[in-house]
Design a protein around this ligand. Structure first.
Ligand SMILES: O=C(O)CCC(=O)C(=O)O
Length: 261
């Protein structure tokens, strides 16, 4: 990261790192995700949660060594440490695909909580949110959540590139406190477009959300959520990873996964 990128991450709360994945990885990773989606069927994502209008997968570290370069990529970890400081842990590694021609559930359907899908004019599919558990706001030591979105398809305005409201990690407010409807467009939001292989790293306290995919192609990504080491992991990796997977990890990976804690 150069000085300008670091400043953007600190001030605006996000940075796009370009061409982090090799062409070969951009080819291989989606193939593995597709295999997992085919194998897991309707259960896909259940270790975390299942989302209407998006295919999800969870606990990816347990599902192939192919994901290890994503776990421990030095450029991404450098950015994560700008947000969280030196002691970081993986909280969870998931995948998310904003499904082709997705339509947002209506407000009424969302309130009924049944996730019934109806067409609306809205381009949002997820409310603006913070990725930090425990209230979502920084604590006395500062920020404790940081997320990276690994683009496996190009992210465009049309196919559901992530929206994000710059600077909101410094607001000490949550979207639901500041907005009448966190599903509505925010006047200051930016839509982060990028190429397959780029990685969007953002402060987990910065408001963001997934958007509808208006194209006929998939918009797939791997989401890695990091936390400051004094916070609990959302998916306790020590429990979530099979013994043989844990045994394959080197010391550096074990620390990052909290297996040594
Ligand atoms: O996939 C995206 O664009 C964002 C997803 C997200 O923020 C989430 O699933 O919490």
């Amino acid at each position: 990261m150069d000085v300008r990128q670091r400043e953007q991450l600190e001030q605006d709360g996000y940075v796009l790192l370009e061409a982090v994945l090799t062409e070969a990885e951009v080819g291989r990773l989606p193939d593995r995700l597709e295999e997992l989606w085919a194998m897991e069927g309707e259960r896909a994502g259940e270790e975390n949660y299942i989302e209407h209008n998006a295919r999800r997968l969870a606990n990816l570290v347990n599902k192939g060594d192919i994901f290890l370069p994503v776990l421990r990529h030095p450029s991404v970890l450098e950015a994560v440490r700008v947000v969280l400081g030196p002691q970081v842990r993986l909280s969870m590694m998931n995948a998310r695909d904003a499904l082709p021609q997705t339509t947002a559930p209506s407000r009424a359907a969302r309130e009924r909580g049944r996730g019934k899908v109806v067409t609306t004019s809205s381009d949002t599919i997820q409310p603006l949110h913070s990725d930090a558990d425990h209230g979502g706001k920084p604590d006395e030591q500062g920020y404790y959540a940081c997320t990276s979105i690994w683009m496996l398809d190009d992210f465009t305005h049309q196919n559901g590139a992530t929206r994000l409201v710059p600077g909101t990690h410094r607001s000490n407010k949550l979207p639901k406190e500041a907005m009448a409807d966190a599903n509505a467009p925010h006047p200051d939001e930016v839509i982060v477009e990028g190429r397959a292989g780029d990685v969007l790293v953002f402060n987990g306290h910065c408001w963001h959300g997934g958007r509808a995919n208006r194209t006929s192609s998939h918009r797939r990504a791997i989401l890695t959520h990091y936390i400051r080491a004094d916070h609990p992991q959302r998916l306790v990796q020590k429990e979530a990873l099979a013994r043989e997977v844990q045994e394959r990890m080197d010391l550096w990976e074990r620390e990052l996964l909290g297996l040594e804690d």
